[in-house]
Every structure is written in structure tokens, then in C-alpha cells.
Design a protein around this ligand. Sequence first.
Ligand SMILES: C[S@@+](CC[C@H](N)C(=O)[O-])C[C@H]1O[C@@H](n2cnc3c(N)ncnc32)[C@H](O)[C@@H]1O
Length: 294
Amino acid sequence: MFANSICSYPDRGHYGNSRYRGNCSGHIIKDFVETYRTRQDGLLVDPSVGGGTSKDVATEMGVRFFGTDLHQGFNLLRDDLLTAAGEEANLCFWHPPYWSMINYSGNQWGEPNKWDMSRMELEEFIEALQLSLLNIHDACEEGGHYGILMGNLRKAGSYYNLSSLVERVSPGRLVDEIIKTQHNCVSDQRKYNGRLVRIAHEKLLVFKRKKATSLAFLAVINQRANNMLNITWKAAVRRVLQRGSTMSLAEIYQMMGPFAAMRGNQHWQAKVRQCLQDERYFHRVETGVYTLAA
Ligand SMILES: C[S@@+](CC[C@H](N)C(=O)[O-])C[C@H]1O[C@@H](n2cnc3c(N)ncnc32)[C@H](O)[C@@H]1O
């Protein structure tokens, strides 16, 4: 159980594949479960298990578990997590790629994959992060918690505060921010010139799923309008199609209505149609009928 808002695990524990780059310590998952579990028989979900750390923790603790990853054929950006898990999660732990810090597909597993969040341009990664958080939020039961372990990175002299981004775009209520000290990083060995401050922490941001029903995520967006203003139109349309699978334009408009009202865009239906033109994410099944691109 977390004793306070700072944690440190010099030894990552015997969980999962320690050679899977970017793996996390099993101890933080254990503390997350012990601190936020509200039901002994509740389900723990991890949509990006990587080397299987969370699975081993769950087995040791006797916690019911559903875990998957892009390398197992589950795509958080295309597939509905609740449907895949088969029931609402009491807890969801997600440890996403820290943008391009480590490439997973074509490196840790398989061929380079266009849905791999570690292989995206920044703009695409941010939208993917928004979409994933909506998906994860909707997969949790009311009063359930989801924890997002995210690190920050420096690239070509700029600092990218990815954990702050998670906080801004997540639809749930932030209940805790746990700072985790990093140990044994590749960057520990690097020599930096000048006064560069080495990044030595990650953050576990813990959110609580609010009352809204799973399909009412757009209402959630309304409730948290200030935080969600930055969510892209495309992420919202993608989320609608994740739930509906194949939908007519009229059905998509209906789902997008509350979001459009919040944005105050008079020409929002044209905006939705414009989003649907992006063949990277959308496929036109027939005139006026759409699904997500494979
Ligand atoms: C930081 S690693 C997770 C490491 C894991 N916690 C462990 O201890 O081994 C991030 C994972 O996200 C997965 N991933 C990337 N894009 C994804 C997507 N679109 N859907 C699901 N998982 C994805 C990668 O395959 C990678 O295993």
C-alpha cells in the first residue's frame, strides 16, 4: 500500500520479463491494487501488459485479471476495452509507451506496427492518448479506479511533460499523484554536457470513474469541459465508433451532439464529415456508413 505520494523500488521484483525494455516494477502495481481495490473479487485490467509484469502480480495476489497488448492483437485505439475484458474493471493499470522513448513493435516484438503508440508523431500520439483514456475510463465500473504510469522525456533540447498531458485529458476525477523514483535507466550511464537535469521520476496518476454510464462519455466531457477542451474532434469520433462498430452518419451525429454543443461550433456536422475523410482511422463501408480502419 502506498504510504505517501512518493515511492521507490530499487529492486523491481521477480514479476514479468525483466528483459522487456520499458517494463515497470511489479511493486508499484501491487501497491496500486492494495491501495485502490474496493472489492476482493474485482477485476484488474491492463491493456498493455508488455512483458507480463501485471499478470504475475495478479497471480501472486490472487486477483482476477484480464491483460492484453498490441502484441497479442488487442489495439486500444481500435478495440473497445470493456468488450475485450468481458466485464467492468474494479481497477485498470495502464503503462503506456513514453511516446518514442522506446520503440516496441519491430524491436521488442514483431514488425513495426502503425498502431504502436511508440512509433507515432507527437500529434498522433497525443490524440491516441486521449482516445485510450476515454476507452479505459469507460471500461471501469462506477467508483473504480484507473492508474496511468507515465514518464516524461527530453528530445532535442525540449522537455515533454507527458504525465501533465495525461492529467489534462483524462475524463475521470484525479484522486492521487504518486511520484516514482526511477532506477537503473539506460540514461543513468549517459554523460550529459552542461547543466542538464536528468529525469529520474515517473508519475502514477490515479483517477476515479465517475457516475456516468459507459456510453455517456460525452456527458463526462461536458462535466469536465475545462479539462477536455483540448480533446480533438477526431479522437471523439474515433471513440464513438469504438463503441458502435459500424454506424450511419445520423447515428454518429447523434452521439457527437453533446460534444459539438460544448464546442459551440455551428458547422460541426461538416467537421465530423471532415474527420471521417481521414483514411488512416476511418473506413467508409458504403455511402453514409462508417467503421474504424483496420
Ligand atoms: C511501457 S510498455 C508496458 C510495459 C509493462 N508494464 C511491463 O512491465 O512489461 C508499453 C506497452 O504498450 C504497448 N502498446 C503500444 N501501442 C499499443 C496499442 N495501440 N494498444 C495496446 N498496447 C499498445 C506496447 O506493445 C508495450 O508493450
